[in-house]
Ligand binder design. Structure first.
Ligand code: MLT
Length: 310
């Protein structure tokens, strides 16, 4: 009988799916790295979200491990090279939280445009600062989407519902798909020079790391607003801070940070920065979706060798 370890908080639906298929499951949340290394050898499958770090050291002692399932999109917390080197399949759930994350990006864009978090704080404090929080309309503004895959495409759709003009930079976006989505496919420099707001939806790779840096921020229109619900490493935080301080960037809404958990960051408490603690995928619906998907995919792999989203 195959045995799976769930080492991060997953919806109980995942446990049920494994058990219904005759797979034994242990749930051990919050293991220290040493504790994980001590027990991982007993398992055929490991299901994680983002808290568990599946390092090369863990992989090295995972004698029976055949599959690591990430309930979510990014596999940054898994040493994929080490896993692949030992013939361990790494799978994610690329679709389960796309709508939720896209909705968070739209919420962040709205919050940024209308200073909602700042106005909320001062209203609770008994101030009535109507003239301080004059925002901008999104209607007819140009939204530049960097990375127009699953999530970027949903953001584009929702932004068009707000009557925004959407332009997208994504080397993998075909001209036909761009037409289907109603977005204008452009090169990065053109996006930077034309957008009123930019939203990032690309994975963190060697090509995209630090894509929002001093040089690229200079190419943006004065008053640009930035939304990042993708990965913190896409933005050089020092460069963004300098551009915010100079006023060239009017505001930034950030759900992700270079170092997470982010308990301290140079952008914290900047008056024009809106933050959330990596809540992009944090809805009841998305967490249920990714838990079900990861459990089904891992079960299929363990029982029938079927590979999905690896
Ligand atoms: C993902 O990669 O699925 C999202 O960033 C959400 C998360 O890390 O939980």
């Amino acid at each position: 009988m195959s045995k799976v370890l769930i080492s991060d908080e997953l919806s109980p639906a995942a446990v049920q799916i494994f058990r219904d298929r005759g797979i034994e499951v242990d749930e051990k949340i919050g293991l220290k790295p040493k504790e994980l290394r001590e027990i991982i050898g007993r398992y055929d499958g490991l299901a994680v979200r983002s808290a568990t770090k599946v390092t090369a050291e863990v992989i090295a002692v995972a004698e029976n491990l055949k599959v690591v399932g990430r309930a979510g999109i990014g596999v940054d917390n898994i040493d994929v090279k080490a896993a692949t080197g030992r013939g361990i399949c790494v799978m994610n759930t690329p679709f389960g939280n796309s709508i939720t994350t896209a909705e968070h990006a739209i919420a962040m864009m709205m919050a940024l445009a209308r200073h909602i978090p700042q106005a909320d704080r001062t209203t609770h404090a008994g101030k009535w600062e109507k003239s301080r929080f004059v925002g901008i309309e999104l209607y007819a503004k140009t939204l530049g989407i960097i990375g127009c895959g699953n999530i970027g495409a949903i953001v584009a759709d929702r932004a068009q519902g707000l009557k925004m003009k959407v332009i997208a930079f994504d080397p993998f976006l075909s001209p036909e798909r761009a037409i289907d989505l109603g977005v204008e496919k452009v090169e990065l420099d053109e996006l930077l020079s034309r957008a009123d707001l930019i939203s990032l939806h690309t994975p963190l790779t060697e090509q995209t790391r630090g894509i929002i840096n001093a040089a690229n921020l200079k190419k943006c229109r004065p008053g640009i607003r930035l939304i990042n619900c993708a990965r913190g490493g896409l933005v050089v935080e020092e460069d963004l801070k300098a551009a915010l301080d100079s006023g060239h960037v009017a505001g930034a809404a950030l759900d992700v940070f270079q170092t997470e958990p982010a308990t301290d960051n140079i952008l914290f408490n900047h008056p024009n920065v809106v933050t959330t603690p990596h809540l992009g995928a944090a809805t009841m619906e998305a967490q249920l979706n990714v838990a079900i998907q990861v459990a089904e995919q891992m079960s299929e792999f363990l029982l029938h060798g079927a590979v999905t989203n690896a």
